[in-house]
Ligand binder design. Structure first.
Ligand code: SF4
Length: 218
């Protein structure tokens, strides 16, 4: 009962506070979403954006990317780090898309997770932001905030978070979760020193209640 009340308050809050951001068109070309997500592994957002921008001006389709000389590809994506590993992975993915899917990105979870270097988070990002299919990508913000709010157990494995959230939140709101929680995680429920005193969910959040508990004086 408490989780569903919390889920409903969380969705109302996110939709109200980030209304403008959530209204923006949020589908993009699935191939670009997939490539950006692979580039984003183990790096910061600004590095991913720089590498994606550089790469997409030269190669924005599986065909173009598969034909790029490896050295050139590594150079283009260097801002995202691990250029050798990511370049090989991107070329392997592009070749599979060309050979097995007619140059298209598959639109289901199982096929996506069979691509090299594509785990459940990347697959859900592609479904959600590439195809507009309801899915819950669990990035660092979604993972942290779900645990702080008690929506998932603190001991849950990361791959258990999306299935747990999908049982609590109605499917029609799944697309709000990732985008909304990323914004919420940057602004209020930050990784270090969350601003619990400003958070409208603090009366329901176990972490917030703990942090805001008056300190006992000796
Ligand atoms: S009360 Fe604090 S820990 Fe809980 S969701 Fe709000 S900011 Fe995050």
């Amino acid at each position: 009962m408490r989780k569903h009340e919390l889920a409903s308050r969380l969705i109302s809050f996110l939709r109200k506070r980030y209304r403008r951001e959530l209204e923006h068109p949020w589908h993009d070309d699935p191939f670009k979403v997939l490539v950006s997500c692979v580039l984003s592994q183990r790096t910061r957002e600004e590095n991913t954006e720089a590498a994606s921008r550089a790469l997409f001006t030269v190669a924005a389709t599986p065909h173009e990317l598969a034909r790029l000389p490896l050295r050139k590809l590594e150079k283009l994506i260097r801002p995202a780090g691990f250029p050798k590993q990511k370049a090989r992975r991107l070329q392997a993915i592009s070749k599979i898309l060309l050979e097995q899917y007619g140059g298209r990105v598959p639109r289901n979870f199982d096929e996506l997770t069979r691509l090299p270097g594509v785990g459940s988070k990347t697959a859900n990002v592609v479904l959600c932001y590439g195809f507009g299919i309801p899915a819950i990508p669990v990035d660092t913000h979604v993972n942290r905030i779900s645990r702080r709010l008690g929506l998932v157990s603190p001991n849950a494995k990361i791959e258990e978070v999306a299935p747990a959230l999908s049982k609590i939140f109605p499917r029609r709101y799944w697309h709000v979760l990732n985008r909304g929680l990323v914004l919420f995680g940057r602004e209020i429920c930050r990784p270090l020193r969350p601003k619990c005193s400003l958070c409208p969910l603090s009366d329901l959040c176990p972490t917030g209640k703990q942090k805001l508990k008056p300190k006992k004086t000796k």
